[in-house]
Design a protein around this ligand. Structure first.
Ligand SMILES: [Zn+2]
Length: 430
């Protein structure tokens, strides 16, 4: 089936999604200034919807509504615990209760979260994702191969459930939450046969496929235009490995299930914030710049100043790609990926990343802090670390973290991902 025919059929099958995509592409053609004005209007509108349509915000926003104009930074933060506590109070009164569904997310931040969504929200999410894919040169109707790690995505009724194996959508999804070496090679062969234009999935899984491709000298199809890394920290070494193996650019996407399409990298490698879908703030909290996200499109379950659990900064300046969206930079971690010490220090996960630089025998690793005096390094490795390397690791940790902390090293055939399928390379104390 040719791409254009597939595009035509898909458009007929998902008119709402394509209408949303057309709207998003029109917004993308606006000037930076016009976009910011639109963002302010949408923000005022969503605050009004929240205050008038939801019991939760009717109460929490009441003290702020008499002060015009309302300063977003003065409004209360929506923490994950509050969502769990006020799930019903966050659903808009005019929502069709027979049509709303409950989605699930979490695991990576240690806080499983439920949220409301409906078909319209799902279609908008998919439209936003299509716009991001188009930054690579992909066109609707061209093939995408997904490596989804989340178990809930590969069962009927999952967020992406209805799309699996959809020939018209030109999308195929592989269940990639667990794998062996043979499986990685099998997937590489599948890429050769399927000839997708995009690959999409968790960086940890796709970089393992990339490693298998390189080690086995497999050639990848020239159809590939981009690799979309999603929902997980993307390290520089993973990016380099994927670009080498697949012969195309890696695009880092930022979004979550509860608020999708927050930002995406362009061809120039800059991360652009989709200001027509979100208002993003970076606020200093807990020694980090925490990101707070306000969805500008979710009138079903308004989320204002949502503490998403990620750190990052908003950047000044423009990008040569010409997109009107402002720039941001992600930090390399989530809240609880830090290691804490008895002296009260918090150690950034990148420190632990660096400790293993150049240890090419390591296939996969995970640092787990079990207590303030005990840290484990779980490894999948071609051969065990030698005595000198172990001694150096222990010395570094004693010098930099705590003289009395015990380092244990354990070897595994496989390090399981979290339930949501993400691989976390540093796990701090809960
Ligand atoms: Zn750009």
């Amino acid at each position: 089936m040719i791409d254009r025919l597939r595009h035509w059929l898909h458009r007929r099958r998902h008119p709402a999604r394509y209408a949303q995509l057309d709207t998003l592409l029109r917004t993308q053609a606006l000037s930076h200034e016009a976009l910011l004005e639109q963002q302010q209007r949408e923000l005022a509108s969503i605050i009004n919807v929240a205050a008038t349509q939801t019991p939760y915000y009717a109460e929490t926003l009441a003290p702020f509504l008499n002060h015009a104009p309302i300063a977003l930074s003065s409004l209360p933060i929506l923490h994950k615990a509050l969502i769990t506590q006020h799930m019903d109070g966050l659903l808009a009164r005019d929502a069709d209760r027979n049509a709303v569904k409950i989605g699930h997310t979490g695991g990576s931040t240690g806080n499983p979260l439920a949220f409301w969504y409906d078909d319209a929200k799902h279609e908008l999410m998919r439209a936003g994702m299509m716009r991001s894919y188009m930054l690579s040169g992909w066109c609707p109707g061209q093939k995408i191969l997904n490596f989804w790690g989340a178990r809930q995505d590969v069962v009927p009724g999952g967020v992406f459930g209805a799309q699996l194996g959809d020939v018209i959508a030109a999308e195929h999804t592989l269940a990639a939450y667990e794998y062996t070496e043979e499986q990685l090679i099998e997937w590489a062969h599948f890429i050769q046969r399927y000839r997708p234009v995009l690959l999409q999935g968790y960086a940890s899984v796709l970089s393992e496929v990339a490693r298998a491709v390189i080690e086995n000298g497999l050639s990848m199809p020239k159809t590939l235009l981009g690799v979309y890394s999603t929902a997980e920290v993307l390290t520089d070494s993973q990016r380099q490995r994927m670009e080498l193996a697949f012969g195309c650019k890696v695009f880092n996407q930022y979004g979550s299930r509860e608020i999708p399409n927050i930002a995406c990298e362009c061809r120039h490698g800059n991360m652009h914030v989709f200001t027509d879908m979100v208002m993003l703030e970076s606020v200093a909290m807990q020694n980090e710049n925490q990101l707070l996200v306000t969805s500008l499109t979710n009138r079903l379950m308004p989320m204002i100043r949502y503490d998403i659990g990620d750190a990052g900064r908003l950047l000044d300046g423009t990008c040569e790609c010409g997109l009107p969206f402002p720039l941001m930079e992600m930090a390399l971690c989530r809240h609880n990926d830090h290691i804490r010490t008895r002296s009260g220090k918090t150690v950034h996960p990148s420190y632990f990343n660096r400790l293993l630089y150049g240890k090419t025998q390591i296939r996969q690793y995970q640092w787990v802090q079990h207590s303030l005096s005990r840290i484990a390094l779980n490894l999948v490795a071609l051969q065990p670390l030698d005595a000198d390397t172990l001694a150096l690791l222990a010395t570094s940790i004693h010098q930099d973290i705590d003289t009395h902390i015990t380092l244990e090293v354990h070897y595994f055939n496989h390090i399981p991902c979290t339930v949501s399928g993400k691989h976390r390379f540093v796990i701090g104390l809960a």
